[in-house]
Design a binder for this molecule. Structure first.
Ligand SMILES: Nc1ncnc2c1ncn2[C@@H]1O[C@H](COP(=O)(O)OP(=O)(O)OP(=O)(O)O)[C@@H](O)[C@H]1O
Ligand SMILES: [Mg+2]
Length: 510
């Protein structure tokens, strides 16, 4: 039996930050709750990122809920990538029941039913704040990646973006992009302009690019491009002093890991470029919770992985904390794991040899503890209990503590459909992004130019017909082609529609 007095003394010292902090629960020793020891974390180290891991049903999502509530109390907003759609209950007051009474009886903490300010975000036709982005904001590189273009096609895309930039042609949506592509390959003026300044484009490459774009459109991606584009600063609101919890419900991502990682990267990049440098702020500006985080890393290429790793490193200085939620710590690459300041480890199950290996690895990474047999206890943690190690105010790792987590003060169940509707109806942010703008962009401008060219060429009717026909040529053939349909199926599998929508968050401001 470990000495309880020493335990209380040592743990209290390391888990009582002097500055602003949040509380996750009470310490446990020999399976008993030790009410003397609060497990409190300093807000100033929350931007040092973290991991919330554990077998299914052990309490990871509820821990995120508690965490997000505590941050909200402290005025810190968060963004939750809600893959399972089980997080919306935070918008409503919790209901006192036997579970809550028992938990708060043991911890001797107060529990007050409360709701938290929430924004529901949407990337599809679903209700919520529409996340859109302009083609220009995506930039040629990201867009080429999503369209799965080869090197030649990607460089054409870059040239086309440069051309539009030089000519003052705004690329807002996919119509604009298609129009420009057609203009520079099929109209005499466009061809000339391009050849004179940038070199000519092979029509086979153009066909391939167009096919990719059309395939995306057929997935319903068109609505994801446009204005007003989503401003990541809108993730930073407070209401009545509480930080707003933004919930992006992104079901159906399981089969699209590559696109998910692309999205995450673009979100990190957008935040990195938009948020000011924070220095060593007293508390985080924004906290991101990424559920099912293994999906980001699963099929990411080496290049993409190293980009994610460096972004995770960089974004910290912007006052943004990222929390990866996943079943086993081994889902997260070593380079990322080593950067995580907070680890909340719920129970792991040692069914297979591989499981046991994972358990050993997790335990090896903990600070040495005289109070627990970590390897044994990690498999026997109760639901809503976890091993925690964090960073104290000086950035020094805190001792491992078996924690009895508090329960959410908000509802543990999800919102009903009608509740979602009424939240959306009342949201000012939803209104802000609701109506797509239709400013004059490349499409209208080039249409005008082409009409003028035709008028000037009158009465050379033959030319008019030829232009129109040629223009129809590549485009029509793309629409009708078998290859186009095959490509569509490929894209469908990859779930391009989904990520494109999500990418509405990301992208590059000029
Ligand atoms: N802190 C807590 N207070 C009260 N009940 C809890 C707490 N944590 C977990 N529970 C109970 O355990 C259930 C499962 O928790 P949760 O959904 O958080 O698990 P999970 O680890 O996210 O599971 P999955 O891997 O399936 O997503 C909850 O519905 C709740 O009943
Ligand atoms: Mg969960």
């Amino acid at each position: 039996m470990a000495d309880k007095t020493t335990f209380i003394e040592q743990l209290t010292q390391r888990y009582s930050p002097k500055g602003e902090h949040l509380i996750l629960g009470k310490a446990m020793l020999d399976k008993e709750v030790v009410t003397e020891v609060n497990v409190s974390l300093p807000l100033k180290t929350i931007n040092r990122h973290g991991l919330i891991a554990g077998a299914t049903g052990t309490g990871k999502t509820k821990t995120v809920q508690v965490f997000a509530e505590q941050l909200s109390h402290a005025g810190v907003p968060s963004l939750v990538l809600d893959i399972k759609g089980d997080f919306s209950g935070i918008a409503k007051e919790g209901v006192r029941n036997g579970i809550i009474d028992e938990r708060y009886g043991k911890t001797q903490l107060d529990w007050t039913a409360q709701s938290f300010p929430v924004e529901l975000l949407s990337i599809s036709g679903e209700q919520g704040v529409k996340l859109r982005a302009t083609v220009t904001e995506f930039g040629p590189l990201l867009l080429s990646k999503i369209l799965d273009l080869n090197d030649t096609q990607s460089s054409i895309m870059s040239i086309v973006f440069k051309y539009c930039d030089d000519k003052g042609l705004p690329l807002i949506d996919l119509e604009d992009l298609k129009k420009v592509l057609r203009y520079v390959t099929e109209s005499a003026e466009g061809k000339e302009e391009l050849a004179a300044n940038y070199g000519s484009i092979a029509s086979s490459s153009l066909g391939a690019i167009l096919r990719s774009i059309v395939a995306l459109e057929q997935q319903g991606a068109a609505q994801l491009f446009g204005e007003p584009s989503f401003d990541v600063l809108d993730l930073l609101h407070q209401r009545d002093g509480k930080g707003v919890v933004s919930i992006l419900r992104v079901a159906d991502i399981q089969s699209r890991p590559m696109l998910f990682s692309t999205f995450m990267l673009s979100l990190f990049a957008e935040i990195y470029m938009t948020f000011p440098e924070e220095g060593d702020a007293g508390k985080p500006k924004l906290v991101l919770f990424i559920d099912e985080a293994h999906l980001i890393f699963k099929e990411a290429s080496k290049a993409l992985l190293s980009q994610i790793e460096s972004m995770v490193k960089l974004i910290r200085s912007k006052g943004v904390g990222i929390y990866f939620i996943t079943q086993i710590p081994g889902d997260v690459p070593e380079e990322v794991l080593s950067q995580l300041g907070l680890k909340i480890q719920h129970a792991l199950r040692g069914f297979t040899a591989k499981d046991r290996k994972e358990i050993n690895k997790a335990v090896e990474n903990y600070p040495i503890t005289e109070f627990y047999d970590a390897g044994q206890l990690i498999q026997n943690l109760g639901i809503g209990e976890a091993f925690i190690t964090a960073l104290d105010e000086k950035g020094i790792p805190t001792p491992l503590v078996h924690t009895y987590l508090i329960s959410p003060e908000s509802r543990m169940d999800v919102l009903s459909a009608s509740e979602v509707s009424s939240f959306v109806a009342e949201s000012a942010l939803v209104k802000k992004y609701e109506e797509p703008l239709n400013k004059e962009s490349a499409y209208e401008m080039l249409n005008k130019r082409m009409e003028q060219a035709v008028e000037q060429a009158e009465p050379t009717v033959r030319k008019t017909t030829r232009t129109a026909k040629a223009e129809e040529g590549v485009f029509e053939s793309v629409m009708k082609s078998r290859a186009g349909r095959t490509f569509t199926t490929t894209i469908a599998r990859e779930g391009a529609k989904f990520v494109l929508g999500m990418l509405g968050l990301g992208g590059r401001k000029r």
